[in-house]
Design a protein around this ligand. Structure first.
Ligand code: FPP
Length: 312
């Protein structure tokens, strides 16, 4: 049975709570909550979260945050169309969504965030003017954002066939990567000119090349770890959570190998309207899921007398 909390203690906590300003104004202030079992201290709210973000964060189990979140940013064109604006206005508005999402991820301590910014297929299927606009937007974003990335201890990386991007964009990318390389917090990876199938093709080529440098093809040994070491994402753990905006139920050639066991979260929110608070909502949903990795539900493991086998 729950222990009764003496009235004076309850009273004094209530009274003092009334005087305490909102927790988000007090970075890392422990929160006191009253429940039938008595008084418990909740985990600290990271500095910089706004009121809504702090509210969601308080419900988190901080020990079960996804280590790596991948996002398919979608809906820029529709966002613009609804406002009778050109498609590129949606891309421009998408930059604010990138900024907010990246900062919130860093504040709550997400180890890795990967954003699908430019698919390899985009070259072929979009007008040159739109592609050129996206390149300029990226270049400007990188120049403007490096100080904020540094302030938030974020390290920038890229995946995709960068060598096919315009040279000036490649130079800007390299500059931004080098300028953030000393940071030890969230790894922000931008997928640029990225295609999961091309990544796998490049990984197979790279494995064959490595074998040819190391005694010849007869020494080629391939298992899952070997493939992982030759993917563009070798610097990252596999994503635990993939978020797609704008309600589409597709992976669109994004991280096909790495998302094998990821939880999928699709939101109808269009990318330009997405903010840090929506990222936290996705994490809250993730924390409700039971990840099974091909095994059984927790509690069902012994129903047939056999322990559940661990699966990758
Ligand atoms: C998908 O929307 C989005 C893109 C192809 C580009 C993503 C770019 C940004 C969010 C802005 C810049 C990014 C960085 C990293 C600076 P869509 O055009 O396919 O939308 P639709 O499906 O509604 O047409």
């Amino acid at each position: 049975m729950a222990e009764a909390v003496p009235f004076p203690i309850l009273y004094s906590f209530r009274t003092s709570l009334r005087c305490v300003p909102f927790a988000s104004l007090q970075p890392f202030a422990p929160r006191v909550s009253l429940n039938p079992k008595g008084i418990t201290l909740q985990h600290k709210v990271p500095a910089g979260l706004d009121r809504k973000e702090a509210e969601i964060y308080r419900q988190f189990d901080p020990g079960r945050l996804p280590r790596h979140i991948a996002i398919i940013m979608d809906g820029n064109g529709r966002w613009a169309k609804r406002r009778h604006m050109p498609r590129v206005a949606g891309h421009r508005a998408g930059v604010a969504a990138v900024r907010s999402t990246v900062e919130t991820a860093a504040r709550v301590g997400i180890h890795a965030l990967t954003l699908y910014a430019f698919a390899e297929e985009n070259w072929k299927k979009r007008p040159k003017s739109e592609v050129d606009f996206l390149m300029r937007l990226l270049s400007r974003y990188l120049k403007a954002e490096v100080p904020t990335l540094n302030k938030n201890n974020i390290r920038l990386e890229y995946i995709g066939r960068q060598q096919q991007l315009p040279e000036d964009v490649q130079e800007r990318m390299e500059w931004a990567r080098a300028s953030t390389s000393h940071n030890s917090g969230t790894v922000l990876t931008l997928a640029l000119n990225y295609s999961a199938r091309s990544e796998l093709v490049d990984a197979f080529r790279s494995m064959v090349h490595a074998a040819s440098q190391n005694g010849g093809i007869e020494h080629l040994h391939i298992d899952e770890d070997t493939v992982g070491e030759h993917l563009y994402t070798r610097h990252l753990p596999d994503p635990d959570l993939v978020v797609r905006t704008s309600g589409e139920m597709r992976l669109s050639n994004f991280l096909l190998w790495q998302l094998a066991y990821a939880e999928i979260y699709v939101t109808p929110t269009l990318w330009p309207d997405f903010r840090g608070v929506h990222l936290l909502e996705a994490i809250a949903e993730y924390q409700k899921r039971e990840r099974r990795y091909g095994g059984l539900n927790h509690g069902d493991a012994h129903t047939n007398g056999e322990p559940a086998k661990a699966h990758k």
